[in-house]
Ligand binder design. Sequence first.
Ligand code: ADP
Length: 156
Amino acid sequence: MTQMAIYPGTFDPITNGHLDIIRRGAVLFDQVIVAVANSARKSPRFLLEDRIAMCEQALSDLANVRVQELKGMTVDFAKQQQVQFILRGLRGITDFDYERQIAHMNQQLSSGMETVFLSASEATSFVSGTMVREIMDVGGDVSAFVPASVIPYLQK
Ligand code: ADP
């Protein structure tokens, strides 16, 4: 049986922290679907199509990873795609508390849906989309925190 995981998020933009989780997930699972949510509620900085393009370019070397738009609920999307696992990254206690709630909720919404957590690597555990956007706002250099594919989109 093919073991598949969905990695849902806003990816506004994709960071080296996300990349770390995806690369490690791609070793654990036969296939990983990076599911990019519109997340209108979060008023994303980048257009959905650009967030998808940045992910596709950053992940093009990983043969068992594909990028898709996440429409609707993660559990429904997972069921449609016959995906058994949700992959999430944990940076620290704050993530843990929030992620635990989502994992329990998803378990309720779709019995048997397991969430697999990977602990962020030391080198990227402090990287967040929020921090990258804040540095961008003041004209700082974010190239150490995001994949190279993101850089051309920052000037747009
Ligand atoms: P963010 O929290 O940066 O806005 P998303 O909403 O795109 O990210 O979340 C997608 C997933 O990526 C979540 O599980 C989040 O905890 C995880 N994640 C985000 N940044 C990192 C990082 N630096 N290291 C590990 N996991 C991360």
